[in-house]
Write a protein that binds this ligand. Sequence first.
Ligand code: Q9C
Ligand code: ZN
Length: 341
Amino acid sequence: MLTIYSDSHRLQHGRSELIDGTLKPCFETPSRADMVLAAVRQRDLGDVAHPRRHGLEPILRVHDEGYVRFLETAWQRWSEMGRDYDALPKMWQIRRLREAVPEHVEGQLCYYSMDCGTPITAGTWQAATASSDVALTAVDRLIGGERAIFALTRPPGHHAARDYCGGYCFFNNAAIAAQALRDRGAHRVAVLDVDYHHGNGTQDIFYHRSDVLFLSIHGDPRTEYPFFLGFADEKGEGEGLGYNFNFPLAAGSCVSTWFFALDCALEQIARFGAEALVVSLGVDTFEGDPISRFQLGTPDFVTLGARLAGLKLPTLFCLEGGYAVGPIGDNVVNVLAGFEA
Ligand code: Q9C
Ligand code: ZN
């Protein structure tokens, strides 16, 4: 399987996130992508190609222009105030506060974010646009006739909604790819999110649409991040009613429970008649993940890949989460190798 990869991911290297009431070193690190690339090479998955630049147009198909311009200018405006540490928001536009977009960069940082774990740094814009270019180049190759492509996207994307960042995500690579597939002729596209966390951003982007089916298997938001979305009764709205499926599973759920949910999701994708599949591939479902609580073992990821291959669809894998850095490469490559076996 071909991998698309860019070194520019290293430009996103946040210092800290607010976790358990204290600033801790970011879990989302450059070493994650380095480890995945090393495993791709070591296990001979296939060629590794660099992305081609696609510009902002395909990003603006799913993201709000004000949000995109904010990300483009945020670091410069922040650092002009004499700050050289990461930009993190410290309050939000909660109930009964005014909804207008603030003028000041600090207010905008709060307006365009969902949490305190997603630092904007000097290299964020370049890394995030490169990550989307990785996904879009994978789309080019899929349209060109490849059966499956691995987009080694970092920073990840699935928590980024139309107009906010969060959960270590800035641009929603999987959503941008799904939209690009639609724009280039696929009538129905399914996005399956197997990351431990609900793909709130992807759900947000496609919630009112029937041409992109979104399905997510994740830790129950009653106890797990992102808390405010990902419940089973979110089924889509308007045209999109019946095209959104959430499979929240209790934290600590066993492997067979997880695979039962996967079977339900695959059945819906087949029923929908998808012409292409985008997989938001987080491996934070791993038993050893430091911030998540499912129990998949390294060999289970081979099974996941094999089941996905059973759909017999052109498939684009986008990397999302996975924070057990040592095993992340084997876990990811197991999915891809299982798909190809
Ligand atoms: N301060 C992905 O797996 N954890 N994102 C809560 C917030 C955030 C995970 C900490 C988890 C986000 C792509
Ligand atoms: Zn995750």
